[in-house]
Write a protein that binds this ligand. Structure first.
Ligand code: URP
Ligand code: ZN
Ligand code: ZN
Length: 468
């Protein structure tokens, strides 16, 4: 039986409009002027007073990521179920190759973790932790045959995922040739390690020192260097991940104004949370908010600048960088030494709500909400128009969103496998009501869950839409 979603306001990148949406099987069959759709032979979902938006696309998650002697606490099962509850119907996770490992083995390991376990559709980027002749060759075959068209490199974490400038340049030249996107963790990890050593030597061991040893200047320097290296690689497509600092945003904006293939994302934690209020919480509490890039000072204009960047498209995407660790036994690995706290914040369940709160607060338009959480990430990473838009022929990944609802974020009610919430007590004016993935109702308006592990399918992605 087909499903007609009636009475709602469809929101797309061009703005809101009243329309009824017909779902047939796994795809959107048609969009009708209100009240003009078929009357017989369809189930009806009444979306009166609600927004009808494309399912969220979160292009930065780390399910089960090995980090700092432990693993991110969400599996593909728990993490994608939580995503579904929050209105995200596609994730793109990071498969990992470390120095000395074969890229294909890392990819196979990620497929083994995800296959049969996902509640929503999923794709992979590949972390290249060891750039050498073999991994460079593998980049070509991943683009050509595996649907993996984006590669993350790290200017941070020396000895773990770090690449030096020569390795970065070689990978960028490869990407320029095969059309892939280079995703960059832009922090000067060599300088940061010096600052960490000096802080620890002074006995500065609390979580806040994680932020203080990763100053904005070292994010900005790495961002500028990545942009320069991509320029040397004939304007290789470059996407800066988890951008948090005004100074880094300024470097991206300058490159974009010059017409460069430079893009960037930010994450909800940088839009809402701060060095002083969260990372600087008393005692060891701040460990909950240890992530890299770090939360920035509330006495500097970072948060306001990031919201502005989202408005002006200098920041194209909001992803979560979902990388959850429990406080007990995982974050606690860094008791007495902040540098041993596993880096990451969980948030895959709350991105759609947290960015919608920006609409309520007058910081973003409805159209930019949908663009930054769904349409642009789909286009940026080769999933459009299958994902990211309400249009005939697209997958029926649809969220009915209730602007009159309320969401209270809490570890007591969230579905992520975390013993705390980075956003504990946050009140959102708005609520995910119904969630469909390829025409299947995963979450119904009464909050009941109907999804299952194994519903989610692997997505082979194309090249980015934003390149000539
Ligand atoms: O703190 C973070 N961001 N952890 C996940 C790994 C990364 O750098 O994205
Ligand atoms: Zn990173
Ligand atoms: Zn990440």
């Amino acid at each position: 039986m087909s499903l007609l979603i009636t009475g709602g306001t469809v929101v797309g990148p061009t703005g809101p409009y009243a329309a009824d949406v017909l779902v047939d099987g796994e795809t959107i069959a048609a969009i009708f002027a209100p009240g003009t759709g078929p009357a017989d032979g369809v189930d009806v979902l009444d979306a009166s007073g609600k927004y009808v938006i494309p399912g969220g696309v979160d292009v930065h998650t780390h399910m089960e990521l090995p980090f700092g002697g432990t693993f991110a606490s969400d599996t593909f099962d728990t993490g994608t179920k939580a995503a579904a509850f929050g209105g995200t119907t596609t994730i793109v996770d990071f498969a990992v190759q470390r120095a000395g490992e074969v890229v294909g083995d890392g990819l196979a390991a990620w497929h083994a973790k995800a296959e049969g376990n996902c509640h929503v559709d999923y794709g992979f980027h590949m972390i290249i932790g060891g750039v050498d002749d073999e991994s460079l060759k593998a980049m070509d075959s991943l683009v050509a045959t595996e649907g993996i068209t984006s590669f993350k490199l790290f200017m941070a974490y020396p000895g773990v995922f770090y690449s030096d400038d020569g390795q970065i340049l070689r990978a960028m030249q490869k990407a320029r040739d095969n059309g892939a996107m280079i995703m960059m963790h832009a922090e000067n990890g060599i300088a940061i390690d010096v600052l960490i050593g000096q802080a620890l030597a002074r006995g500065e061991t609390d979580p806040i020192h994680h932020g203080l040893t990763r100053p904005a200047a070292l994010e900005a320097e790495a961002t500028s260097r990545a942009i320069a290296l991509a320029g040397v690689a004939a304007d290789c497509p470059l996407y800066i991940v988890h951008l948090s600092a005004s100074e880094a945003l300024a470097a991206v904006a300058t490159a974009r104004d010059a017409g460069r293939n430079v893009f960037a994302e930010t994450c909800p934690q940088y839009l809402y949370l701060t060095l002083e209020d969260q990372l600087g919480a008393p005692g060891f509490e701040g460990a909950k908010w240890v992530c890299s890039t770090p939360l920035r000072s509330k006495h500097e204009p970072h948060r306001a600048d990031l919201w502005r960047g989202l408005r002006t498209n200098d920041l194209a995407v909001v992803s979560t960088d979902h990388c959850p660790f429990c406080f007990k036994d995982q974050k606690e690995l860094g008791l007495g030494d902040f540098s041993k706290i596993p880096n990451g914040i969980g948030g895959v369940e709350h991105r759609v709500d947290l960015v919608y709160q920006g609409v309520v607060d007058g910081k973003l338009s409805l159209a930019r909400w949908v663009e930054t959480i769904a349409t642009t990430p789909a286009r940026m990473f080769g999933l459009y128009p299958r994902k990211g838009v309400i249009a005939p022929g697209s997958d029926a990944d649809i969220v009915v969103y209730d602007p009159a609802g309320r969401t209270t974020i809490s570890a007591a009610t969230h579905h992520m496998n975390m013993d705390h919430s980075a956003y504990e007590g946050f009140e959102i004016t708005g609520k995910v009501d119904t969630v469909l993935s390829r025409g299947t109702v995963l979450v119904s308006g009464d909050g009941a869950y109907h999804g299952r592990a194994g519903h989610g399918r692997y997505l082979r992605r194309g090249l980015s839409d934003y390149l000539l």
